[in-house]
Design a protein around this ligand. Sequence first.
Ligand code: SF4
Length: 375
Amino acid sequence: MPQSGGHIRSLYVHFPFCEAKCHYCDFYSIGVERTQAGDADQFEAALHREASLTTDQLAPELDTIFFGGGTPSMTPVESMKRALAPLRLQERVTEKTEWTMEANPSSVSLESLRQYREFGVNRISMGVQALRPDLLVNLGRVHSREAAFRALDAIFEAGFTNASVDLLCGVPGQTERDIEDAMTLLTNYPITHLSCYLLTLHKTHRMYGDLPDEDVQLSHLLLIDRFMKSKGFEHYEISNFARPGRRAQHNLKYWTGASYLGLGPSAHSFDQKALKRWKNVSSLHLYGSRLNEGTSIVEWTEELNADQQHLEKWMLALRLDEGFPRSWLETNAQKARAETLICEAFLESHPTKDQYLRLTPKGFALSDQVISTLS
Ligand code: SF4
């Protein structure tokens, strides 16, 4: 175990490379066609420097590690090991540490998955998004339906027992039948978790006008809720479903306001003790050159004021099925608004926690409206 240590028990590392940039993606990532010779080496060296500078902020034992991106599975395991060596991850993980890596179907093989597992990764989050071939093409995904199945086979053959899949709904042209087919095929695998996000696009996007209206979006979300529950999954967060005991521990840290340290370009961090959030620059070259020069890679820092803390308390509590105590409804106006939301089936009494309220499936689907009404 490392001798000294900070208090942060969760680590995020952002890997910025992707095989191609998907049409709808807002994350900081660079499609291979836009990378230059030496970018991968520059990233490895810069990440190593950032890891050396921040290792003391991490606690001696970590609860969660998350390799996100971008597509982390495009970075070879040996490069990851060299870059992150200053963090001494092997000394900080325990048998309880959840160590997730995001992957895309076309960037993994049985061999590479075995290597990541040997490194310590014990959970894979696979970006499937859709299984209908033309939807995959429209979304700009580079993998095929068959590649998704091959990758899922490889995950379990490599020995992973904890695997999540990402799906998109509300995609132009997608039908309820498509969603049901995808969920049926995916839940035939022993996946433990499914994240299903509603596709959002900028107004200037060529498919923006083809997005389904709110009623169709709602019926997609309610269909997913019914289907996944019928397969034994818990709908524990707005967009997330898990088998009992398999909720995403790392994401729960975000949703419960715990501290996490983010490394890599565009990564966010949060220090719960200092109530401070900060973000790294969203540019690989700026990230690399600033670390080289010894100048700050932080793009902005924010200290949460009382109003922000209040809003975050509501946003975090409402997104989880744990709900919130009725005692949070302080004013008569808030109590009246909550009663209206209960009548309209957006809110319900928690089935097992006395004096708690939580969102219904319809409330999850329209959570932004509920949060702004109540907070
Ligand atoms: S693979 Fe993921 S991170 Fe990369 S461009 Fe597509 S959506 Fe964005």
